[in-house]
Write a protein that binds this ligand. Structure first.
Ligand code: UDP
Length: 239
């Protein structure tokens, strides 16, 4: 397998073509952005840590029969994945109030929700990834109603599996974002990454934030928090 030209560069990752048209290489960078890239910085070792963390989580989900784009980890910073067309919707799940939802609704962070809350955001940097609803998604041609049903169902199962995994790590899964993609044969699969960049993770005993909010809010010890997640994951997955 050969690494070819860069196809795409995002805020935290680069994507390269390979000599197989159905596979691409994802490379994780140390760059960190927040608030629609208004805040920019670097987090030491973030690329390596997110690559390792996301690999372990995708392997765990695949073992639980979740369809994903993941093929294998190649090295410290790179993964081989199936080439997919990313569906331009961020699937956000919330088990507790936090972040933009707490702000929008004027509630404090950390309130456990009696129901699983799903938000969808339209992936459009120029607009700051606005919160939309199902009808807007269908209007935009991002997905059909049937596809949305399938996407919510898959996201819900992933949430249950992740709650369970993080619970064993003594961590509360507050909320997270996933992206789904369509493979060449039309299957909807989990794509992108699952890491402290894309989840809010709070230590159950101390409520310490072990995620990107440490960067967003200048709380310090960002690398240490990501390392903590990686170490607890390895322990609970016997890796
Ligand atoms: N999230 C993400 N990428 C985004 C926006 C949000 O990974 O572009 C994650 C974020 O880390 C959190 C969850 O989705 O775990 C919900 O984020 P929220 O809508 O509260 O937005 P934020 O407060 O991060 O702006």
């Amino acid at each position: 397998m050969e690494k070819g030209q860069m196809l795409y560069e995002g805020k935290a990752k680069q994507v390269f073509e390979t000599n197989n048209p159905n596979e691409v290489i994802v490379r994780y960078k140390d760059d960190a952005t927040a608030f629609n890239a208004q805040k920019k910085g670097q987090v030491d070792k973030k690329g390596e840590l997110n690559n390792a963390i996301s690999t372990l989580i995708f392997e765990y989900l695949q073992e639980k029969e979740i369809p994903t784009h993941f093929i294998k980890q190649l090295d410290d910073r790179e993964q081989l994945v199936k080439k997919v067309n990313i569906i331009p919707l961020e699937m956000v799940v919330r088990n507790y109030s936090a972040g933009s939802m707490a702000q929008r609704l004027g509630v404090e962070e950390g309130i456990k929700s009696p129901v699983t809350i799903f938000d969808i955001c339209y992936k459009k940097d120029e607009l700051g990834d606005p919160l939309i609803n199902d009808h807007h998604a269908v209007f935009l041609g991002a997905a059909t109603y049937d596809e949305l049903d399938e996407m919510y169902e898959l996201t819900d199962v992933i949430n249950e599996l992740l709650i369970d995994l993080f619970d064993k790590m003594n961590i509360i899964l507050v909320d997270f974002k996933i992206e789904l993609g369509k493979t060449a044969d039309g299957e909807i699969v989990l794509a992108d990454e699952i890491s402290p960049d894309t989840c809010r993770l709070w230590d159950k005993d101390t409520m310490k934030k072990l995620d990107k909010d440490r960067f967003r809010r200048d709380l310090g010890e960002v690398t240490e928090a990501y390392e903590e997640i990686y170490n607890r994951l390895k322990k609970v997955l016997n890796k």
